[in-house]
Design a protein around this ligand. Structure first.
Ligand code: ATP
Length: 892
């Protein structure tokens, strides 16, 4: 169907839709049934069965299975079956862990899926783009990505960047006219918007003509299937470490086997023990547990309104040393209310609450009627006209639909008794030049009832002032001489010093029937009318968040398009601008190279009157100084800086699709304090990973050493293969996961950020692993020797004692791992998950010791009560010894 050749009325007919009310719910159901969801096919997923079998492709597991098979053939049926059962249970554990990791990554993807505005049953709704059907009417504005292929049916200066399809990065302007060209290429289809392309300017409406794989993007969808790798730096490091650990474990295992054989043990017996030991000691599950810990962390962050789009960010968050944050809406509430107005040398104040359109005007503290004040009146009317916001009455409150800055201007005019529908009867809008943060202005070309044409402009006062050549002073247009300019400037500064955001209003008459095509032409030689100043109160939680960041060694930098003085006032209120820190404005920033900026950037706490383009420079300069930078943003122009930052942060409410896609973190509530919460969580997750790495590796060291020591001393095997495998199974999985869920230590936001280059074993972790592992191995051996020396005829009993001691030493040691300091610095039982994990591990061990049918399988004998004293005494030695040495160091 050649929709580009049709007039829009015909498109409406062919698609059986209605441009004024959209499709009906009934019709949508039918169309979904007919065409399916608006999704692109993704690459083949690994099936569950394949994932399960992939758990056994590990080399050592295969060797173990082979060895077990041999022992089975030699008649050791019970051993063989038990070992295979354990290997299968282990496989299931690995399978579930990987499945969980995969599922949470998938859930995350769904959570960050784009939403679109669609007209259905006469109402505008936000829906996931997956639910779009042919015939739907979509609305899009600058920064959005189009959710499906559409025929444009309304264009307000609409420009779309289609490089995803055409490779051409220059945006194309779009119109609604039917095309005459016979077979236009994608780049020439000026009335079609394509799925996945990005609106760079203006806004528009489109009716959906193709969805899913039928779209132009769908045709090339295979290009999209090479998804980014989601491996984090820590995972990569652990994988490298894993390789080293495998080698070390294998070498030690071989050593155990060789020494054992040398000491007179049978080769076959030693071989099976060695392979079991290698399987137990190689931390093959570590990467999967890390992924699970990271994704559980992601889920915790969602509860705190932070969505991590890239799992790598969880780790990087903990390293953040600077947060560069927008002011408006992130640090402030973005609930603007005009409180002061200035024109013709007079200042008015206006009262009222929020967006309630009731309030009184005062001049020199006396109530005035705004309609008697001509200059004020003109400023209010134009502020209401050059405006897109609207108030919607809800059952309980008045809600603003649109930009809060414009909402404030709308409400100030309403307080004076003006009404927009009536105003729009007086003025017809001919053309519009939308606001952008770089120009800091917006204009409308309007015509009044008498046929007079005007340009009405509003924007940042200093910018507007620079574009004015005259001023409306007490109803008369005057030349804007230096003297008056100074007066205006003083007035602007006066408002800004009260922490008010300022907007100036200006206009110019233009001859009828002139066509003004560029904003540059529209916005010059203006006549200044006045300024409105609006409060935007800081979010109450931000001040504390800034303070907490400071204590955590993280600097907060405010970046804003607002006036320098306004920015300073708010930054001081929030504790961002203190002592020696400096303010830099956009002009100065433009004149600096990245290298120049590097010299001063660490002293600057506020960047004001900046354009989004400046943000990239700031990120680069900070990174060159060795900082790990979090940078927030919402618009299209913010995307490069968000991408370049170590942690790009996009606003969930006001953010555009493009900003969100570029980001690693999305703030659901647009709140600065949420960034802090995410950093805290990021630090905690990393610490938790350290905790279980430490626990697992120390346990493995203990397992290897007890065997090695025994062989060196010429003793029998202190543990039989099945016991080694069982220890590995019951002590590794659950307790390690529980450590991954631990709450942060109190001082987690009281230390400096971690260096991103920090190795896995830094800050003494390597020593902790080796020393704890050594002690665990030692006490296990001691327990074995004491019992065996006492009665060497009962080897089984001594092995059961060693088995119990090894398990107990690990399960006591796990509480030690909750703190980087010592077991005494935190309530050991403060982590409920850990307590339950340890109890279940204990039960699993006691079952194989005391449940008679399992005793022959695990070569165990019931342990006598008096021997538990020995086991408990010895297995708590490592933890007490280390707690003691900690106390000693502390008292020194
Ligand atoms: P940030 O969110 O980065 O703190 P900001 O929201 O204050 O910055 P911009 O939205 O770029 O920055 O606004 C810059 C200036 O442009 C404002 O100080 C204001 O004077 C002016 N301005 C803001 N919104 C509008 C608008 N809708 N129309 C005209 N001018 C505007």
């Amino acid at each position: 169907m050649k929709f580009h050749e049709m007039e829009i009325k015909q498109v409406e007919k062919v698609l059986e839709t209605d441009f004024s009310s959209g499709l009906s719910t009934e019709e949508i159901k039918k169309r979904i049934a007919q065409h399916g969801h608006n999704e692109l096919d993704e690459g083949e997923k690994q099936s569950a069965l394949l994932l399960f079998f992939s758990q056994f492709k590990d080399f050592m597991v295969l060797v173990l299975l082979a060895a077990t098979l041999i022992s089975g053939l030699l008649g050791e049926y019970i051993d063989a079956i038990a070992i295979i059962a354990i290997v299968i249970i282990n496989g299931f554990l690995g399978f579930f862990q990987e499945r969980k990791a995969e599922k949470s990554l998938q859930a995350l993807k769904e959570l960050t899926a784009p939403q679109v505005s669609v007209l259905r049953d006469g109402q505008w709704l936000k829906i996931p783009s997956k639910e779009i059907v042919i015939g739907d009417i979509l609305k899009f504005t600058s920064g959005d990505r189009i959710g499906a292929d559409v025929r444009i049916i309304e264009s307000k200066s609409l420009e779309i960047e289609e490089s995803a399809l055409t490779g051409e990065s220059v945006p194309v302007s779009k119109s609604i006219d039917a095309l005459q060209t016979a077979n236009p290429g994608i780049g020439d289809m000026e009335n079609i918007g394509f799925m996945g392309t990005m609106i760079t300017r203006g806004s528009g409406l489109g009716v959906v003509i193709a969805t899913g794989m039928k779209t132009a993007m769908g045709q090339i969808a295979d290009l999209l299937q090479n998804a980014e790798s989601q491996e984090t730096p820590l995972q990569r490091r652990l994988e490298q470490l894993g390789k080293i650990l495998i080698t070390v474990a294998l070498v030690l295992t071989v050593l155990v086997v060789v020494i054992g054989v040398f000491q007179g043990h049978e080769l076959y017996e030693m071989f099976l023990a060695g392979v079991s030991l290698a399987v137990a000691a190689i931390p093959e599950g570590l990467p999967a547990i890390v992924t699970v810990a990271l994704s559980l962390g992601v889920q915790k962050m969602i509860k705190k309104n932070a969505i991590v789009r890239k799992i790598q960010a969880v780790e990087t968050l903990g390293c953040a040393s600077v947060i560069c944050s927008d002011k408006t809406g992130t640090m402030t509430q973005n609930k603007m209310t005009v409180t002061h107005l200035w024109s013709s040398g007079h200042t008015w104040t206006v009262d009222g609450v929020g967006y309630q359109p009731q309030g009184k005007f005062y001049r020199n503290e006396k109530t005035v009627h705004p309609k008697d004040e001509k200059a004020l009146q003109q400023m209010l009317i134009f502020g209401m006209l050059c405006n897109h916001s609207d108030l919607v009455m809800n059952e309980e409150e008045i809600i603003l639909d649109g930009d809060p800055t414009e909402g404030a201007l709308l409400v100030s005019a309403m307080k004076a008794g003006f009404d927009r529908p009536a105003l729009l009867k007086e003025f017809t809008v001919i053309n519009e030049f939308p606001f952008d943060s770089a120009r800091k202005m917006m204009s409308m070309h309007v015509k009044d009832k008498q046929g007079r044409h005007f340009i009405v402009t509003k924007g940042a006062p200093d910018v507007i002032l620079g574009n004015c050549e005259s001023i409306l002073w007490e109803e008369k247009t005057q030349y804007l001489g230096q003297e008056i300019q100074n007066k205006v400037q003083d007035a602007i500064n006066g408002l800004a010093a009260k922490a008010l955001r300022t907007i100036a209003i200006a206009f110019k008459p233009v001859p009828a029937h002139t066509v003004i095509i560029s904003e540059h032409e529209a916005e010059k030689k203006l006549t200044f009318i006045g300024v409105q100043g609006m409060i935007d109160p800081p979010r109450p939680e931000v001040k504390d968040a800034v303070k907490e960041c400071k204590e955590a060694g993280i600097k907060t930098v405010m970046i804003t398009g607002d006036h320098v003085i306004t920015a300073k006032a708010i930054a001081s209120q929030l504790g961002i601008l203190t002592g020696k820190s400096k303010v830099l404005d956009g002009k100065a920033l433009s004149d600096m190279s990245v290298e120049d900026l590097e010299n001063v950037v660490e002293d600057v706490s506020v960047f004001a009157r900046v354009s989004p383009e400046h943000k990239l420079k700031i990120v680069k300069a900070l990174q060159n100084k060795g900082h790990v930078v979090a940078m927030t943003g919402d618009g299209v122009n913010d995307a490069p800086a968000i991408k370049a930052a170590d942690i790009g942060v996009a606003m969930g409410i006001t953010g555009t699709d493009v900003a969100k896609e570029a980001s690693a973190l999305v703030l659901l509530d647009d709140n600065f304090a949420t960034i802090k919460a995410a950093i805290k969580e990021g630090r905690n997750i990393y610490e938790n990973i350290r905790k279980f790495v430490r626990y697992l590796l120390a346990s493995n060291v203990g397992e290897i050493l007890v065997m090695l020591f025994a062989m060196i001393l010429g003793l029998p095997l202190p543990l039989v293969p099945i016991q080694i495998l069982w220890v590995n199974l019951v002590t590794d999985g659950l307790p390690a996961m529980a450590l991954g869920l631990d709450r942060p230590e109190e001082n987690v936001m009281k230390r400096k950020p971690r260096s991103p280059n920090e190795g896995v074993f830094s800050r003494g972790l390597g020593w902790k692993v080796v020393s704890r592992g050594f002690l665990i191995g030692l006490v296990t051996l001691l327990a074995f020797m004491i019992v065996y020396q006492n009665d060497s005829s009962r080897l089984d009993y001594a092995q059961t004692i060693a088995f119990a001691t090894l398990v107990m030493a690990q399960l006591i040691h796990v509480f030690d791992c909750r703190s980087e300091k010592s077991v005494l610095s935190r309530n050991p039982f403060g982590n409920q998950y850990l307590v339950w994990a340890v109890i279940s591990s204990l039960v699993l061990v006691l079952v194989v010791i005391y449940y008679p049918p399992l005793q022959p399988v695990f070569h165990t004998l019931p342990i006598l009560a008096k021997d538990w004293l020995l086991i408990m005494g010895l297995s708590s030695v490592p933890t007490f010894l280390l707690a003691g040495s900690f106390l000693l160091r502390k008292t020194k």
